[in-house]
Design a protein around this ligand. Structure first.
Ligand code: FAD
Length: 284
């Protein structure tokens, strides 16, 4: 159970499940390579609006039962009724998974206005409260946003809702990716001042190409500091140099975060074991 060791520094990875059935063999190989790097746990994302739940459970189960590493299964609630959540959580428990990342998710394209208005869960804290009541044996993680969530009017309100999520029963939080450590330190200070006492794990995404940075920023809304923009300007047109510089940028971010004393590091591995291994080697 991740919560048993969450108060010590943790080093973890995030992966996504395969989209198609014939991609599982390759996914299992990737999980094995990542597990060889000895993270404390691996988290497995959940398809938007609850699509491909089975794949999340199958990969999390492989990590937990075959690779013998704690698996954190993500679960979103925006597109699910209470009974769907109970059914999916039971399947996770049947597969030996007890660590869940309880998320709201974003409105999926298939959800019409009627379905959206009738949804059972409005915010992630509603899911956390529901799971704590219905299945108190689960350990729950939540998401947090060093640059605030895009819907929140300001950081203060976002942190006030994070506090509600902690009070609802989250045992720890993993952050949205960020490229500027100072923003994380500022968020951490503000969250602690507001009463957050559960671990805040820093999410780091290695950037290995200019194109990847563009996609990542448009999805996450994370800001790009001058040092990273300069790196893209210098190496963006030479893929191998860009790759090395991006790995060193992520390793440097991690080194400094550890020195600062953060609660943990979560690498958004994007199912790339080679890049993740090179970061681990750079950290030695
Ligand atoms: P919430 O905690 O509900 O917050 C959403 C917004 O609502 C925030 O602006 C918050 O301030 C506000 N809010 C909360 N409570 C209240 C209230 N009572 N009144 C008013 N406003 C309120 N998405 C996926 O689909 N699959 C994944 O696997 C996945 N993994 C993720 C992993 C991490 C580490 C993170 C940080 C995000 C992940 N996401 C994933 C994305 C996430 O689903 C979206 O960011 C989504 O928009 C918000 O989810 P949440 O759980 O943070 O929502």
């Amino acid at each position: 159970m991740i919560a048993d060791f969450i108060n010590e520094f943790t080093f973890s990875f995030e992966v996504f499940p395969p989209k198609k059935d014939d991609e599982f063999e390759d996914a299992f190989r990737i999980m094995k390579e990542l597990a060889d790097l000895k993270p404390d746990f691996i988290s497995v994302t959940y398809g938007a609006g609850g699509s491909r739940t089975r794949n999340t459970i199958e990969i999390a189960s492989y990590i937990q039962n075959e690779l013998k590493l704690p698996a954190l299964a993500h679960l979103t609630c925006v597109g699910s009724k209470k009974q769907d959540i109970l059914d999916n959580v039971q399947k996770m428990k049947d597969a030996g998974i007890v660590d869940i990342m309880a998320l709201r998710g974003d409105r999926p394209a298939w959800m019409d206005d009627q379905q959206f208005n009738d949804r059972d869960f409005i915010y992630a804290q509603d899911l956390v409260r529901f799971l704590k009541k219905e299945t108190p044996d689960l350990q729950l993680c939540g998401g947090c946003y060093p640059e605030k969530h895009f819907e929140a009017p300001n950081m203060e309100e976002d942190i006030a809702h994070l506090l509600e999520k902690q009070e609802a029963g989250c045992d720890y939080f993993i952050s949205q990716l960020f490229f500027d450590n100072d923003l994380f330190y500022r968020f951490e200070d503000a969250a602690k001042m507001a009463g957050i006492h559960k671990p805040l794990i820093a999410g780091i995404m290695p950037i290995t190409s200019a194109k990847q940075l563009g996609t990542t920023v448009s999805l996450s809304g994370s800001s790009v500091p001058k040092s990273l923009a300069d790196l893209i300007a210098t190496y963006g047109d030479t893929p191998e140099d860009m790759r090395k510089a991006g790995i060193e940028y992520a390793a440097d971010q991690i080194r400094k975060l550890k020195e600062h004393g953060v609660d943990g590091i979560h690498i958004y591995s994007m199912n790339k074991p080679k890049v993740t291994r090179e970061i681990c080697e750079a950290l030695k």
